[in-house]
Design a protein around this ligand. Structure first.
Ligand code: HEC
Length: 163
């Protein structure tokens, strides 16, 4: 049987022809291209799990308060960085574990490293709605001493998606 290496090479090479005279093929992971793609996708209204979850939170927030006028990254940032007194004393803030820099790694009280919360650094973040809900529940109780409201969750997620 052929080695997988050989098969892979034969299959992929014809798909990426390098045009004559081009010395630097464009990199698909270029930040500008990624940003342009993200804009195109959001402009076209193509939703992923994060957008779906956000719009579910928005519907619930609207149902709870007819005056709800959309999520705010600014309020989300405040929620993330603010120190609360209602939860566990050793974790007064989201940043107690996730760190002050959203693009840097965090650390929980037992010393275990937590990958950066910013989607730009950890692209798999918030793609599993059940995981997001599970940790919101656990961490809000830990920090605020209560569950977060849908508005708080939507604000926080909006803030993180822009990080
Ligand atoms: C006691 C430490 C700790 C605190 C405090 C904490 N978190 Fe977390 N958080 C974790 C850990 C551990 C995970 C799971 C590991 C991972 O996703 O990398 C996590 C994951 C999450 C996730 C899921 C991420 C995903 O990829 O789906 C969300 C959402 C979240 N936290 C929100 C918050 C919010 C909001 C606060 C503040 C109210 C907060 N966390 C405070 C430890 C903490």
């Amino acid at each position: 049987m052929d080695s997988p290496q050989v098969q892979l090479t034969l299959r992929i090479v014809p798909l990426i022809p390098v045009p004559k005279g081009v010395t630097h093929a464009p990199k698909p992971d270029h930040p500008l291209l990624a940003a342009a793609l993200a804009l195109t996708l959001s402009g076209a209204g193509i939703a992923g799990p994060r957008e779906d979850q956000l719009s579910q939170y928005a519907s619930a927030a609207k149902a709870a308060d007819p005056k709800f006028a959309g999520f705010s990254a600014e309020r989300g940032k405040t929620l993330h960085t603010q120190a609360f007194t209602g939860g566990k004393p050793d974790t007064p803030s989201c940043t107690s574990c996730h760190g002050k820099d959203t693009r840097g790694a965090g650390r929980n009280p037992s010393g275990k490293t937590i990958e950066a919360m910013a989607v730009s650094v950890t692209p798999a973040r918030y793609t599993d709605p059940a995981k997001v809900e599970k940790w919101f529940k656990r961490n809000c109780n830990e920090v605020l001493g209560r569950e977060c409201t849908v508005k708080e969750k939507g604000d926080w997620l909006t803030f993180m998606l822009g990080q």
